[in-house]
Design a protein around this ligand. Structure first.
Ligand code: M6R
Length: 615
């Protein structure tokens, strides 16, 4: 959360900073700000709202070839200009942008206030700049006048997470930075260097990068980066090259990124499956896991960990693994998992599932597993992201850049990647080559079925009318088995993009409580592909109809269950295990079109951010 960009070299800084902020806006968009050092010293510009607002406030020809910038997702303090970054120390000669949370803000702030510091914002980040400033200017301190030493001393007092970029007016040729729990990557150009929260901001300028690690404190100038550790020891940082998956992520001919990403699913799925399926053996291979047959055979259980949409993909994955490979599998919400002191079976395999590869809760779960000697692998979209690097081994889902806050194509590719893994595991355990070949064929056919559905998505607009009907107070989503997480994903999408209150329940559980919410014409969306649970789901939807609800059914094309629907939305039929890849599509379109009908900010829904890098 929050995006940081900084640059130093010979080019005008503000152009690069504003462009970088635009590219990182998906990380937070409550306010934006920048600071540059020019002929008149340190200049600060901050604005509430989008980067666009800030760009309107900054003179196009603002001189200065070194600067730091920030786009904010508010944690401490409301969305105001005072709370926007950068923050200055009392001298006005040091500026800081910060991504993360200072957990011991209260005692540190009280101490600084007792020493006479006047705070101008309600943010935790302002504590950092005052701490650094006081140590830097303290003639008694051995760190006096030394930016890196002052930062190290200040950070030793702090508990929490940070990715920071600091400007010292006394040092107009360098940016100073530190990382602990919030990602930062340095870009190396020709006489120009960059710093950003993620490589997305760097791709137009350079593909040569250094990923900072937790505990790094670094000085960046026009010629490169010198990295040290918190104890002052030097680090020999590896220079990496960003591959082509780091693209532009623009809207193309689509009105919104979300719609574009929904329509990219057929190609994204093909990319995910490509080179991983072994048709003749009825199996699959995932080299990135680096697991041999013996190791695959020894796995006692599988844990799948993620947040939001990634968690629902984990639930679908757990269902696939248990059903097909007959290995106990459980999906867990990362923010719960890490704090419940989980027992880690040494023979278990964990997957950390994340589009961004930066989600703080998922990172926390990885640390917990690794601390207890467990084995965890990434199922990640963003190549080189923190989760991918922390896990070391894993599967890239190859969705291509997903920039809309609402996750769509990443969900599908997470499910597809887990399906590929399931086939590989199942063939090592219970599945015959003959059966394996059938599943392989069915999985390979999915991208075309997705394509076919998206070309003719059915009566989504009627469903939009139900949902936006002024009498509608909430929407109920129901499904069983692998369709229960699809129902939850549909509800999440409609809540986040259209701000419509929704509840998702496993269909059989509805009668134990939520049924009380049903009123005449209340919309109920039932996900009921042709599988072994279809008839049970049918009974549950009858219970809804009996109470006057209007029922839309997302079902396999040609299934007679359509007769029971007030609104029937058929999707092409596939093996029931892979049906989430089809049944989720109408729900993505429903969220998109409802958001549009209600005039929502589709790609940047309120209060949200794409990468959730705080706990
Ligand atoms: O980057 P991640 O996949 O780890 O993100 C996890 C969630 O924050 C994310 O899926 C969120 O729920 C989406 N906005 C849902 O559309």
């Amino acid at each position: 959360m929050c995006g940081i960009v900084a640059t130093v070299g010979s080019s005008q800084a503000t152009r690069i900073l504003l462009d970088g902020l635009h590219r990182l806006e998906y990380r937070g968009y409550d306010s934006a700000g920048l600071a540059v050092i020019g002929p008149d010293g340190l200049q600060l510009h901050r604005k509430v709202g989008r980067v666009q607002e800030l760009a309107g406030d900054v003179p196009e020809d603002l001189p200065g070839s070194i600067g730091i910038a920030h786009t904010r997702w508010a944690t401490h303090g409301e969305v105001t200009e005072d709370n926007a970054h950068p923050h200055l120390d009392s001298s006005g000669r040091i500026a800081v942008v910060h991504n993360g949370i200072i957990e011991n803000m209260a005692p540190l702030k009280a101490r600084l206030e007792a020493e006479g510091v006047v705070f101008r914002s309600q943010t935790d980040s302002e504590v950092l700049v005052h701490l650094i400033g006081r140590i830097y200017r303290d003639p008694e301190s051995p760190a006096c006048g030394d930016p890196l030493a002052a930062m190290r001393s200040a950070l030793r007092l702090v508990r929490g997470t940070w990715g920071i970029a600091v400007l010292f007016a006394d040092h107009p040729g360098a940016i100073f930075t530190a990382r602990n729990g919030s990602p930062l990557v340095v870009g190396l150009g020709d006489g120009q260097s960059y710093l950003a929260s993620d490589p997305q901001a760097l791709v137009p300028y350079t593909r040569r990068v250094v990923f900072l690690e937790d505990g790094d404190v670094a000085r960046i100038d026009a010629d490169g980066v010198q990295t040290t550790r918190m104890d002052g020891g030097a680090v020999d940082s590896a220079i990496e090259t960003l591959d082509d998956t780091w693209g532009e992520g623009d809207r193309g001919d689509y009105p919104h990124l979300m719609l574009k990403e929904i329509h990219e699913q057929p190609e994204a799925l093909e990319r995910c499956l490509s080179g991983r399926i072994v048709p003749e053996g009825g199996t699959a291979k995932l080299g990135g896991l680096d697991l041999d047959a013996r190791e695959l055979g020894r796995i006692s259980r599988i844990g799948l960990i993620g947040c939001g949409t990634a968690y629902y993909a984990c639930q679908v994955g757990a269902e696939l693994i248990e059903k097909l490979a007959r290995v106990p599998a459980k999906a867990e919400i990362a923010s719960e998992f890490r704090h419940r002191n989980p027992v880690i079976d040494p023979d278990a395999l964990f997957f950390a599932v994340s589009q961004s590869g930066e989600t703080a809760d998922t990172m926390g779960a990885i640390r917990e597993i690794q601390l207890k000697g467990g084995r965890v692998m990434g199922v990640v979209n963003v190549v080189g992201s923190s989760i991918a690097r922390a896990c070391g081994h894993g599967v890239y889902i190859h969705s291509g850049p997903e920039m809309a806050v609402a996750s769509t194509k990443a969900f599908s590719n997470m499910v597809a990647a887990l399906a590929v893994f399931t086939l590989m595991l199942a063939r090592q355990r219970t599945l015959s080559a003959h059966e394996g070949r059938r599943y392989v064929e069915q999985l390979r056919a999915v991208p075309d079925l997705v394509r076919r559905y998206l070309a003719n998505p059915g009566p989504i607009d009627t469903l939009v009318e139900w949902v936006t009907d002024p009498r509608t107070r909430m929407v109920l989503f129901l499904g069983r088995g692998g369709s229960a997480p699809v129902a939850a994903e549909g509800a999440l999408k409609l809540m986040e993009v259209a701000y419509v209150p929704c509840i998702a329940y496993p269909a059989g559980e509805m009668k134990h409580g939520p049924i009380a919410l049903l009123e005449r014409d209340a919309p109920v969306i039932v996900i009921a592909p042709r599988d072994e649970l279809r008839d049970k789901t049918l009974s549950n939807l009858q219970e809804c109809k009996a109470r006057g609800a209007r029922v839309a059914i997302i079902h396999s094309d040609g299934d007679a269950i359509a007769r029971h629907a007030d609104l029937s939305i058929p999707v092409p039929e596939t093996n029931p295990l892979f049906s989430p890849l089809l049944t989720v599509l109408p729900l993505q379109l429903l969220a998109y079109r409802t958001g549009l009908a209600l005039g929502r900010d589709i790609d940047r829904p309120r209060n949200l951010a794409k990468s959730v890098t705080v706990e």
